[in-house]
Write a protein that binds this ligand. Structure first.
Ligand code: NAP
Length: 305
């Protein structure tokens, strides 16, 4: 199928550091044309337009919107916020991509899917939907590339440990003694941009992405301390207290159940994992926790001189 080079990136507005937004920037930096899909016109949409993307507005749960935004693109990055309609959006995208015809569909998933099967699932509705989404995409026969990152530094550790590190120099999470190897979305986006720039060699592949080290939360706290030049410690808080706090800030039930499951899996050692997807695609490991915290020092309350 002729490829005019135009690449669709869904979920492109995001927060600073979110996948779709970063992928859009990286593709534009490579001189590639990008159609950036956002949910509404706002400052983020204006910034994407100013950076050179063609901005389109639509809802990934509306088939007609998805048809309109995919039409004319042969390469697609599909990802959106953790939310209850994720499976429906994926299947809608698959139906449209089959109808329109695409040469590459890069699907954002999660590394926990690697540990899942019919007999072995998790209580997270998001992880269940990613597992089913991967199944449906496999049945679709589409040229899919699957991205399975472990937990994100930007999307999890920055918002959920930033305030307590800033205020009390403590990482407060119910992760027990479990190890984890978080990855920066900046690195995840680098992998996705490289795949979209030249999808051919990657078709059908699954890339699992982790940071360069798997360590318990005391080890993570030492990396925070080194980056900030002040002591940061880990407090293993009761899971019920954490869940109560998540509910207090009014997170949707779908997201709360996902986060509570992540903590459970962490305590059970299920996030103790390493993978070589970064090296396979871009030839180098992801950034370390120390490098990440150093880059975001202000958001963690600053570095002591
Ligand atoms: N966070 C982690 O630790 C982690 C780890 C591994 C994998 N993942 C996966 O990464 C993905 C999330 O990536 P991210 O953090 O970059 O995403 P994100 O920033 O949370 O979301 C991207 C965009 O999706 C848009 N969106 C949501 N619902 C939509 C709809 N119905 N139609 C159109 N757009 C919609 C949102 O628009 P608005 O901003 O306008 O609401 C948002 O800007 C998920 O698949 C998640 O499972 C996350």
């Amino acid at each position: 199928m002729a490829d005019n080079g135009l690449i669709l990136v869904t979920g492109a507005a995001g927060q600073l550091g979110a996948v779709g937004r970063t992928v859009t920037g990286l593709l534009l930096d490579r001189g590639l044309p990008v159609r950036a899909m956002v949910r509404r016109e706002d400052d983020r949409a204006a910034a994407l337009r100013a950076s050179g993307a063609e901005v389109v507005v639509g809802n990934l749960l509306e088939p007609a919107d998805v048809y309109r935004v995919v039409s004319g693109c042969r390469r697609v990055y599909f990802g959106m916020s953790v939310s209850a309609g994720y499976l429906e959006a994926t299947v809608t995208m698959a139906a449209v991509a089959r109808e329109v015809g695409v040469n590459a569909l890069v699907n954002m998933s999660q590394m926990t899917v690697s540990q899942m099967s019919i007999q072995n699932t998790t209580p997270s509705p998001q992880q269940r939907q990613h597992w089913l989404s991967e199944q449906a995409l496999a049945w679709s026969g589409l040229p899919v590339i699957t991205i399975r990152p472990t937990v994100f530094l930007e999307g999890f550790f920055l918002p959920l440990t930033g305030p307590s590190v800033r205020d009390r120099a403590r990482i407060e999470l119910p992760f027990g003694q479990g190890k984890t190897s978080p990855v920066a979305t900046a690195d995840v986006a680098r992998v996705i941009a490289a795949v979209l720039a030249d999808p051919g060699p990657h078709l059908g592949r699954i890339y699992e992405l982790t940071g360069p080290r798997s360590q318990d939360m005391h080890g993570m706290a030492r990396e925070y301390s080194d980056a900030l030049n002040r002591e940061v410690t880990y407090a293993d808080i009761p899971p019920e207290d954490w869940e109560r706090e998540l509910k207090k800030v009014g997170l949707p039930e779908h997201l709360t159940r996902h986060l509570v499951t992540m903590a459970e899996l962490n305590r059970a050692g299920r996030y103790d994992r390493m993978a070589d997807g970064m090296e396979r695609v871009i030839g180098r490991p992801a950034m370390s926790v120390r490098e990440f915290v150093s880059l975001h020092a202000d958001e963690f309350g600053g570095r002591r001189a």
